[in-house]
Each structure stands twice: as C-alpha cells, then as structure tokens.
Design a protein around this ligand. Structure first.
Ligand code: NAD
Length: 434
C-alpha cells in the first residue's frame, strides 16, 4: 500500500512510522519546513520513547520518507491520512477545523486517481462529510472515498499502543474503502486485534465518547479523593477496592492534580459543544470540565497552605511540568495553571523536568530551570511533585529534606507515603485523597 500521512505531529509521525513498519510505503508530509528538515536528518521533533529507532529502521529500508510537497505525496497514494491538529477554537470550545479543511482542499487538488481520504484527527460528528465536500469542491472529478479512523494512542506509549491496540475503529461507506483500510491494517488483523467497522458518524462519536468517559473516570476519582481527605479515608485503598471490580476496572483511578494534555481538555469541551449544538446537553461532561478546573485550584490551595498562606518571597521546587511522564507535551498541563499562579503570587519557582524544558521555557516564564530534583529542592519552602516521571519515584528523600529551607512535600501524584517522608526528615507530607 502507498500511504500519504498529512501532519507529522504526535499522531501523524507515530502512525506514519508504524505503517511503514507494517511494510507499507509511507510519505509523511508537514507544512513546517523545520520539522521536515529535522526528520530528514534522522531527528524526531518530539520526545516519544522508541520512535527514533523505529523511524531510522524504516527510512533505511526505503519505506519511509518526509516531504513538504503534499501534492507529490498524494499522487498515486492508495490512502491519504489527515493527521493535523484540531485544537480548541478560541472563545467557544468548538474544535478548530481550519487545518483539517485546508488539508482536505489541498488533497482534493492533488488527487489524480482513486484514493481513500482518511481522517485520523479527532473531529466532531459530521466533519468527515464536510471533508468529502471540500475534496469534491476542490476537484469535482476526483475519484475517492472517505473514511474516519480516529486514533487512540497515548503519548509516551504511542508505538506500543499503535502496534498492539485495544481496537482499531474505522468508519466507512463503501466496500472499496473497507478493502483499502483492511489491507492497511492487515498486520494487526492477523494478530487478532479487533477492528470495528462502522459508519462515519459512529466512528467520530466513538472517539469523543471514549475520551469523555476516561476524563470522567479521572475526575470521578479526583472528587472521591477530595472527600477521602475530609473523612479520613485513603484514596489508594479506595481506588484499589473499587478497581478490583471487573465492571469498573483498575485503570484511570489514580487521584492527582487533574487531567491535562492535548486530548482530554479539548475533546471534552468539543463534545459539550456538539451536545449544545444538537440540543442534547452533555451534562455529565460539562460538569467534568468544571470539576477538573476546580481540582487544579484545589492543588494550588494545598501548596499555599504548605507555604503558611503566603506565596510572596517563598521558594517552591517543582518536579515535573509535562502533563504526564514520558512525553515533552505541555498542552493543557496542570503545571500551566499552578506554576504561573505561584509566580504571580511572588514565589521563586525552581523547576525540573526530564523532557519538558524545551517546550516549557516559553510557556512558564520567570522560573529557574534546574538540572535535577535535588537542585529543585535547594532552599525551597515546599517541594511539589506534579508529574510522576520514573526518575522522581526513587528519590533520596532524606537528601531532599536536608536541602530544603522547610522540608515540606506536596506529592500530587501519591508516589510516596507519609510515614517514609516523615521518617526521612520531612516535617509535612501532603498527598491527594489521603
Ligand atoms: P500536532 O499539533 O502535534 O501535529 C499536527 C501537525 O500537522 C503539525 O506538525 C502541523 O505543522 C501539521 N499540519 C497542519 N496543517 C497541515 C497541512 N495542511 N499540511 C501538512 N501538515 C500540516 O497534533 P497531534 O497531537 O499529532 O494531533 C493530531 C490529531 O490527532 C488531533 O486531532 C488530536 O486530537 C488527535 N489525537 C492526538 C493524540 C495525542 O496523543 N496527541 C491522540 C489521539 C488523537
């Protein structure tokens, strides 16, 4: 199969690399010349474990190339995937479809023979039909089918998720498109990973419903955590106790500083918006969005309490600013709420993140970036664990405590337990929901 992948971000690059590893011929296209230059030089512009090696392997095998030239990549392709961004549109919460629609137009102009135009970006219900209209308007003679193929990979585990997915979802309307998508995903078929073929609207809906459900699960446990703090229960035991129920499951039951990232915040907002437009308010999702904002505020309150109520002139060490470990992605990370509030309140903030600095420097001005966790603790009044990177999981707590002005720990990922922290010399330990 010949595949053109439009957009080489977290999703497009991983999908393109993995498709080439399946044995397909893949051209990855982006508008950003700097990205394409780096990719051609064998560098990946994002941090994603394992991606660089897999990319190098498939480039060497001659199955994977990178280009700025969308028309050349589309010419002769069996399938053209749209994997461009769909951020939140300013003001109304709706998904901003301008990148998707402009890619669709460009693809339309470039089509020379039959191809399936596949939307991999997360798009509101009805968008695939608009993509088809845009392709047709740009090229009324084009021979093509449309398909919706939402992506479920997680940053930080993206290759494994793509290669061993819980399921692949494909919305199609013709047997011809079904055949092309089946051929593309055949290596997964053969290994028994389920492929759900359905209609366009259902495929679009599946993606939003899945993300909204996961965001709800996280927010639910965060709300239960708040109550645990008041009644003397421990959220870790509570989560374990409920997660062992097969109907509930143990995943996504870790209390923390609220969900962030490139998907849950924007997709919950977009789903709420879709509901409003169709006069079917998504009341649960709307509440989840509100509660998640409150969770972040509650985390800030915890830190301020540990600072005895005043941020001004205090020093705070921050461990982790990316929205989760194993990624450099900072989009909608809780740190973007918490750190500026501390800086705004007059605190001196020392930040350490294994991969977040490149993105974070522009997003978190007026902080001091340091090399390791112990530097972050130096002279600090409070140390805050915001992201559960592996390298923060086995810190020498006694050494940390010795470096601090007042050894107080806000462990917003519940990595450590209170007794160990106190035994190591911390005077106060605060977790979430315990
Ligand atoms: P991203 O912002 O990292 O990458 C998008 C890329 O598309 C950019 O490199 C941009 O330069 C390029 N681009 C935009 N318009 C273009 C055009 N006309 N031609 C060529 N290139 C163009 O985005 P992402 O995180 O990869 O997300 C892409 C989509 O996948 C979004 O809809 C997102 O919701 C969805 N998604 C993301 C994840 C994730 O974990 N990041 C997971 C599942 C689904």
């Amino acid at each position: 199969m010949k595949i053109a992948m439009i957009g080489t971000g977290y999703v497009g690059l991983v999908s393109g690399v993995c498709f080439s590893d399946f044995g397909h011929d893949v051209v990855c296209v982006d508008k950003d010349p700097a990205k394409i230059d780096r990719l051609r030089a064998g560098e990946i512009p994002i941090f994603e474990p394992g991606l660089q090696d897999l990319m190098a392997k498939n480039v060497a095998a001659g199955r994977l190339t990178f280009s700025l030239d969308l028309a050349a990549a589309v010419n002769g392709a069996d399938a053209v995937f749209i994997a461009v961004g769909t951020p939140t549109r300013r003001g109304d919460g709706h998904a901003d479809l301008r990148y998707v629609m402009s890619a669709a137009e460009e693809i339309g102009r470039a089509l020379t023979g039959y191809a399936v135009v596949v939307t991999k970006s997360t798009v509101p219900v009805g968008t695939n039909r608009k993509v088809a209209e845009a392709v047709r308007a740009a090229n009324p003679a084009a021979e093509f089918d449309i398909a919706s193929n939402p992506e479920f990979l997680r940053e930080g585990a993206a290759i494994d998720d793509f290669m061993r997915p819980d399921r692949v979802v494909v919305g199609i309307e013709t047997d011809r498109a079904r055949k092309v998508l089946s051929d593309i995903y055949r290596p997964l078929f053969l290994r028994d990973f389920p492929i759900v073929f359905t209609g366009l609207e259902s495929a679009e809906m599946i993606k939003y419903a899945a993300n909204a459900f996961l965001a709800t699960k996280i927010t639910f446990i965060n709300e239960i955590a708040a109550l645990c703090e008041r009644v003397g229960a421990d959220i870790k035991s509570v989560a374990k106790g409920i997660g062992l129920d097969g109907r509930i499951g143990n995943k996504f039951l870790h209390a923390g500083p609220g969900y962030g990232g490139s998907c849950f915040p924007k997709d919950t907002k977009a789903l709420a918006r879709i509901g409003q437009e169709h006069a079917v308010p998504m009341q649960i999702v709307e509440t989840v969005i509100k509660v998640n904002d409150q969770v972040k505020q509650r985390m800030l309150d915890k830190i301020v309490d540990l600072l005895d109520g005043t941020m001004n002139g205090k020093t705070v060490g921050i461990l982790g600013v990316t929205f989760k470990p194993n990624t450099d992605d900072m989009r909608d990370a809780p740190s973007l709420t918490i750190v500026p509030a501390l800086v705004g309140g007059g605190a001196k903030v020392r930040v350490m993140d294994p991969e977040g600095r490149r993105e974070g420097e522009a997003l978190l001005p007026h902080v001091r970036w340091v090399e390791n966790a112990y530097h972050a603790a130096q002279g600090a009044d409070v140390l805050v664990i915001l992201t559960e990177w592996n390298e923060f999981r086995a810190l020498d707590l006694a050494k940390l405590a010795r470096k601090m002005a007042t050894p107080r720990l806000a462990d917003l990922r519940n990595i450590y337990n209170r007794d160990d922290a106190l035994a190591a010399g911390f005077e106060t330990y605060v977790g979430v929901g315990r």
